[in-house]
Design a protein around this ligand. Structure first.
Ligand code: ADP
Ligand code: ASP
Ligand code: MG
Length: 494
């Protein structure tokens, strides 16, 4: 019998204050009337950034800022709690739980400040505090609507490797724990509210799945529990033809394929964590992106096939926090293993390499990495080439952070000639300087390295060139995520 379970993830803005949490709880209530629901929540918006900032201040030895910072964080959650939860006992329990988490944060930051050292493991413990504060709040708000709901820490369920800051799940133990911890709750009609973003090693040490990782938490749990679908509730109507903050006339795509969504996410579309589709692709389970501020809208359905769009090009994306690394020098030509050694160094440091290019003179190779990985990657590369640097066979391992990658994405692009030509033509007319180019063998994307300052101009020109603002796109088969729930919500929330 197909499962009727749905996993629903609410992002930071969707739980940003008491009104948002109330809206999220109403969405859960109407979904729960249709079948079992597991909720996954992010930290309230802005909280994770503040925690990471605090961790770095503590690493620099600062402590004076701590009381005010902790007070503000606690107060933000207490204000929402007061507005949301009126049952006195429930209010007291959630408040005490938040207080304990805030005290733990205080100890973690003081320890960091005393040692003046911030290990990746400590940073994970600190940056994951926000989800531990928001989950009890959301569960409390759902209880207020007359449902039974409990907050569950993902450290009890999602098992990962110990790669702090960007851990990867181990699905077999995760499945076992999800069955053992969540299934009994679901069988009793209880809505579990699981902390997104965080997880734990087999030994129980807390990890995180990387920034924006709650999307990944949701599909990991969806796959572990064989859910019928995963719904990612966010602050936009779905996946758009470009980042709406950069291209205001970007349109919502009714349906796209796993490959297209993965490519967009990988090349910087913040709406999805890059690994989100991995756990659900093999089983073909749909993922929806929907707007928690406009639940009457259908959103974007992500499926195995997607729907073709006439233009071939489906969407554009850009990543700005990237660095162009160059390994160069006259002796590079004679070094047959320069690529292998470079990538051994980047893979050892789990650096995200977005794109690789080699100049025809073979005097240098360059690749684009995530700026967050720059420090670790450069050190590993300089260590790897230390003998050649000493002999000046390799002259430099250098980094240019003022670049961006723009990617043109579409599964059906390969059948349509001239996409590359039109891309270069449009950018040429706009005077955008192209530093490097790559086309994946999958042909789902063409990606270009440009100067960071030209990003918006490049996106606007390409959006126009491929008529993405006016594409007439077919409407997705919305048989599952919508249904009676929709009508119910319309009545409640409009
Ligand atoms: P959440 O807190 O719900 O996880 P995020 O801020 O992580 O939300 O992701 C949603 C944001 O992603 C949107 O507000 C939008 O600005 C940005 N975004 C970037 N590219 C796209 C795109 N192609 N389609 C939709 N949103 C995008
Ligand atoms: N709160 C985490 C972050 O800001 C995870 C998430 O929002 O998905 O990165
Ligand atoms: Mg996000």
């Amino acid at each position: 019998m197909p499962s009727s379970l749905r996993v629903m993830k609410f992002g930071g803005t969707s739980v940003g204050d008491a009104d948002c949490v109330r809206r999220a709880a109403a969405i859960v209530q109407s979904a729960a009337a249709q079948g079992p629901v597991v909720v996954v929540v992010s930290a309230m918006s802005g909280v994770t950034n503040r925690l990471i900032q605090a961790a770095h201040r503590a690493e620099a030895g600062e402590q004076e800022f701590l009381p005010a910072m902790l007070d503000e964080l606690f107060r933000q959650h207490a204000t929402a709690l007061k507005a949301l939860v009126h049952d006195p006992q429930r209010h007291a329990e959630i408040s005490a739980a938040c207080q304990r988490v805030a005290e733990e944060l205080d100890r973690l930051l003081r320890g960091t400040s005393l040692l003046r050292e911030l290990t990746p493991r400590a940073l994970d413990a600190i940056s994951g505090i926000g989800e531990r504060l928001s989950a009890p709040l959301v569960a409390g708000a759902i209880c207020e609507l007359g449902l039974r709901s409990v907050a569950v820490s993902a450290t009890e369920i999602i098992v990962t490797d110990p790669y702090y800051g960007r851990a990867e799940p181990m699905m077999i133990p995760t499945r076992e724990r999800a069955e053992a911890r969540l299934r009994p709750l679901l069988n009793q009609g209880i809505v579990p509210v699981v902390t997104g973003f965080i997880a734990a090693t087999p030994e129980g040490v807390q990890t995180t799945l990387g920034r924006g990782g709650s999307d990944y938490s949701a599909t990991i749990l969806g796959a572990a529990l064989d859910a019928q679908e995963t719904v990612i509730w966010t602050d936009v109507d779905g996946v758009k033809t470009a980042d709406p903050r950069l291209v205001p006339d970007a349109r919502t795509l009714p349906e796209i394929s796993y490959n297209e969504a993965a490519e967009l996410a990988y090349f910087g579309a913040k709406v999805l964590h890059p690994n989100t589709l991995r756990p659900v692709t093999a089983a073909g389970v749909p993922v929806w992106i929907r707007n928690s501020f406009a639940p009457e809208k259908p959103g974007t359905k992500i499926t195995a096939k997607g729907t073709p769009s006439g233009a071939g090009v489906k969407a554009l994306t850009a990543i700005r926090d990237v660095t162009l690394v160059t390994v160069g020098g006259p002796g590079i030509v004679g070094l047959t293993d320069v690529l292998a050694r470079s990538f051994a160094a980047t893979s050892e440091t789990r650096t995200n390499v977005f794109l690789v290019s080699q100049s025809s003179s073979q005097n240098d190779i360059c690749f684009v990495i995530s700026s967050a990985d720059e420090k670790r990657a450069l050190k590993a590369l300089r260590d790897a080439f230390a003998p050649e640097i000493a002999k000046q066979t390799v002259e430099h391992v250098s980094a240019n952070p003022d670049v961006a990658i723009v990617a043109v994405v579409g599964e059906k692009m390969r059948g349509i000639p001239g996409v590359a030509g039109r891309t270069f033509g449009a950018l040429g007319r706009e005077g955008v300087n192209i530093i490097a180019i790559a086309q994946g063998s999958s042909e789902y994307n063409i990606s270009l390295v440009i100067e960071a300052g030209s990003t918006q101009r490049a996106l606007t020109a390409l959006h126009k060139e491929f008529h993405l603002h006016e594409a007439t796109l077919p409407v997705a088969d919305n048989s599952s995520s919508q249904s009676a729930e929709e009508a119910h919500l319309k009545g409640r929330l409009m």
